[in-house]
Design a protein around this ligand. Structure first.
Ligand SMILES: Cc1ncc(COP(=O)(O)O)c(C=O)c1O
Length: 394
């Protein structure tokens, strides 16, 4: 059986290789500290789980869900209310809000909704992989915008050649950024919206880490920029703020015509979100937000332990203002290795699994990403083991 050509265009999925390495190491009796995937390990707050269980028992909630159903109407209203409280932006729940089966689903389908075969999507690199993989699956043309540490990992939009811009239909952005943990301020978004005026380019902002912020940093929304509603949509998720990653629920907000086309695409493919999960998300967004503070404060503790620990053993890593990632240059001693080779060495020697920079695109080479998805005790243990590798004879 030959898979479709569109699948052949996709880069190798490095996490499959890493899973294999972890399995082999584990078989050798080494316990694995898995800091590879950004899969939140804290529990969903009790009041949200209770709502899910209560609603799951109701027969009327077990049918296909339709956008005209009460649960979705309530969910759209809850999202708009949350958005106004969080960002001071007022949205029309019926046309400027679209619930999704996780933001990853929406991002992938957005490319399918808008890209013809010769349409270009502008994607900063490194990036969260669905930003570029969605383009490739949809059959569009990918134009990487390299982003660099020296620029705070912000893209230089003025450097994009005119002939590329002419054929460009989508620009992906995402700050706070996965994998680099870089952040952007309101001025950056305003400049980007001004740049896009008259260009016929949809700006897609993925704001998955809006709440995972430290040291008084506040992540802005692109919709706070003047004129943003003309060409922007923004993706959000309950996965990170409320530890609901497995539930699969997120949402898009912004330009109503773009959302309408995305909703049309989805209507041919899915049947919406399981209603009890919609009610759980309503509870999350409208209930007490102390649970978000608790989650963030745990990530902050972990960040502090890992950053301090790695610096103490001689690995100069940055101290991120947001996300639950540490993006670090491969230590000098191993700079001759590719990020994948370094990750493989680390897993084999220590059982500590992290993500290679190239898992997020070719411009991630030279870097690795730690996800803070283990408690402080495990992180201290990880540092102890990594120290051995840094001191090893090579
Ligand atoms: C930047 C970014 N966007 C989207 C997602 C996916 O979120 P969801 O669980 O809503 O699909 C992730 C998950 O790691 C992410 O890092």
């Amino acid at each position: 059986m030959q898979e479709a050509n569109r699948l052949k265009r996709l880069p190798l999925y490095l996490f499959t290789i890493i899973d294999k390495l972890k399995e082999e190491t584990s078989k050798n009796g080494i316990d694995i500290i898995d800091l590879g995937m950004g899969n939140p390990d804290q529990s969903t707050p009790r009041h949200i789980v209770n709502e899910l269980c209560k609603r799951a028992a109701g027969g009327e909630n077990q049918r296909y869900s339709r956008s005209i159903d009460e649960s979705e109407i309530e969910l759209r209203e809850a999202i708009a209310k949350w958005y106004r409280a969080r960002f001071g932006v007022t949205l029309d729940p019926s046309s400027e809000v679209l619930p999704l089966i996780g933001s990853k689903e929406g991002i992938a389908h957005l490319s399918l909704a808008f890209l013809n075969n010769d349409d270009i999507a502008l994607v900063p690199n490194p990036a969260y992989p669905v930003h570029f993989n969605g383009v490739l699956i949809a059959g569009g043309v990918l134009h990487n915008i390299p982003i660099y540490e020296k620029d705070g990992y912000l893209p230089d939009l003025k450097s994009i050649p005119k002939n590329i811009l002419k054929k460009s239909k989508l620009l992906f952005l995402s700050y706070p950024h996965n994998p680099t943990a870089a952040v952007a301020d309101g001025d950056f978004f305003q400049d980007t919206v001004n740049w896009a005026k008259g260009k016929n380019i949809i700006i897609v902002h993925d704001l998955a880490y809006s709440d995972i912020v430290f040291d008084n940093f506040k992540a802005p929304s692109i919709l706070q920029a003047k004129g943003a509603r003309d060409m922007c949509i923004e993706f959000h998720t309950c996965s990170k703020s409320y530890n609901m990653a497995g539930y699969r629920i997120g949402f898009a907000v912004g330009n109503s015509a773009i959302l309408k086309t995305l909703a049309k695409t989805k209507s041919y493919i899915d049947f919406g979100i399981f209603k009890p999960i919609q009610y759980a998300a309503i509870k999350a967004l409208t209930g007490p937000q102390t649970c978000v503070k608790d989650t963030v404060s745990e990530y902050k503790k972990r960040r502090d332990v890992l950053v301090k620990g790695l610096r103490e053993i001689g690995w100069k890593v940055p101290n991120p203002k947001a996300t639950f990632y540490i993006w670090a240059r491969i230590p000098d001693k191993y700079s001759a290795l590719t990020s994948m080779e370094f990750v493989a060495l680390l897993i084999k020697e220590t059982g500590v699994a992290i993500a290679p920079g190239t898992g997020f695109g070719e411009y991630g080479e030279g870097y690795v990403r730690f996800a803070l998805v283990a408690d402080t005790g495990r992180l201290r243990e990880a540092v102890k083991r990594i120290k051995r590798v840094l001191e090893m004879e090579t």
